[in-house]
Design a protein around this ligand. Structure first.
Ligand SMILES: Cc1cc2nc3c(=O)[nH]c(=O)nc-3n(C[C@H](O)[C@H](O)[C@H](O)COP(=O)(O)OP(=O)(O)OC[C@H]3O[C@@H](n4cnc5c(N)ncnc54)[C@H](O)[C@@H]3O)c2cc1C
Ligand code: SF4
Length: 303
């Protein structure tokens, strides 16, 4: 929670996308969080200004992909440079942008006509404090596979050892157990979650929240959310996982509707706030997020 000027408060709530219960709704968890007696007073009597959502790339240093390709480079969070336990990535985004720009400048100065691979950028990254920053926290997220308490305890010890300069005594790098889309259990083995109804004071519904994201897409364009196989949501995801897209999407884009023709998977693509969760979490890996036409998407004025 951040206390800003003009008596404004910004609150963020993070759900690890390797959660197991398909009935979890990150949006509703967030609403419920605001009703906690220690949190509620900050929002009671206030006015909602903006709402948004975004996936945080939690893979850490062991998940950073190849950073350059002909004519381009991955910088900031597109490459996964966020420091996961601190939820801080602005510094690494700025620094990697600077390193890529310096590599581009040196390449052009050396006579390049463009479209080359800026190999100087990944080399600079490996020697930079960005790499050191991420190296120190690389095992914190994977350690959570041992459970919240043991994993957090281990992560804390490792971060403490690194802060004392003892990191060389802990040279190993833990692997992530599974990809996020592989972690859902079957719906029949999980308990549905009865979330409290929004009270309209500190907790709200999805659609009025999405309205505050100012998201906008030109209506007469093909959906930017593509299904590899349109039958999977109803034929596979619904019976096995109670179609979790209805809940993990924080913008209410995906609905299972019932009409004369039976059950149907509806995609309200115009509501999408571009968080990319569907592309990551769909257990069948059937949803592909593509760039919409016309620069549409959320328009966050002060987030
Ligand atoms: C809840 C939360 C709290 C955080 N708190 C902190 C903090 O306190 N301190 C900190 O340092 N970091 C924090 N972070 C992390 C930080 O926000 C990111 O690491 C940082 O913003 C990454 O910067 P970026 O420029 O790489 O990516 P982003 O800030 O994500 O910027 C990417 C931009 O590209 C735009 N975009 C995406 N696709 C397209 C497209 N196809 N065409 C055109 N534009 C496109 C997006 O709309 C976005 O504006 C937080 C993150 C979250 C989610
Ligand atoms: S459709 Fe996908 S990217 Fe868009 S808001 Fe929903 S989960 Fe996020």
């Amino acid at each position: 929670m951040y206390h800003l000027e003009n008596n404004q408060v910004a609150v963020g709530f993070v759900i690890h996308l390797n959660y197991e219960n398909p009935y979890i709704s990150p949006f509703d968890e967030f609403q419920r969080f605001k009703t906690h007696p220690k949190v509620r007073p900050y929002f009671e009597g206030g006015k909602r200004l903006v709402y948004g959502s975004r996936a945080i790339n939690e893979g850490g240093i062991q998940s950073v992909p190849k950073l350059v390709f002909p004519g381009g480079a991955l910088i900031g969070c597109s490459a996964g440079f966020v420091n996961v336990p601190r939820i801080k990535g602005s510094h690494n985004a700025i620094k990697t942008g600077m390193m890529a720009a310096e590599a581009a400048f040196a390449s052009l100065k050396g006579g390049s006509q463009g479209h080359d691979e800026l190999t100087a950028y990944p080399e600079a990254y490996k020697k930079s404090w960005v790499f050191k920053d991420l190296w120190k926290v690389r095992n914190v997220k994977p350690a959570l596979k041992w459970g919240l308490w043991l994993g957090s305890f281990y992560g804390g010890i490792e971060m403490w050892a690194n802060s004392l300069g003892l990191g060389k005594l802990l040279p190993w790098t833990l692997r992530h157990k599974k990809a996020d889309f592989e972690t859902l259990k079957l719906a029949k083995d999980c308990q549905p979650i009865a979330y409290p109804k929004p009270d309209g004071v500190v907790s709200f519904d999805k659609l009025s929240s999405v309205f505050l994201s100012n998201t906008n897409h030109e209506e007469d364009q093909p959906s930017h959310l593509k299904l590899k196989d349109p039958s999977i949501p109803i034929a596979v995801n619904l019976p096995l996982y109670a179609e979790p897209a209805q809940r993990y999407c924080p913008a209410g884009v995906y609905e299972v509707v019932e009409d004369a023709g039976g059950q149907r998977f509806q995609i309200n693509a115009q509501n999408c706030v571009h968080c990319k969760t569907c592309d990551i979490k769909d257990p069948s890996q059937n949803i592909v997020w593509t760039v919409p036409e016309g620069g549409g998407g959320p328009n966050y004025p002060n987030m």
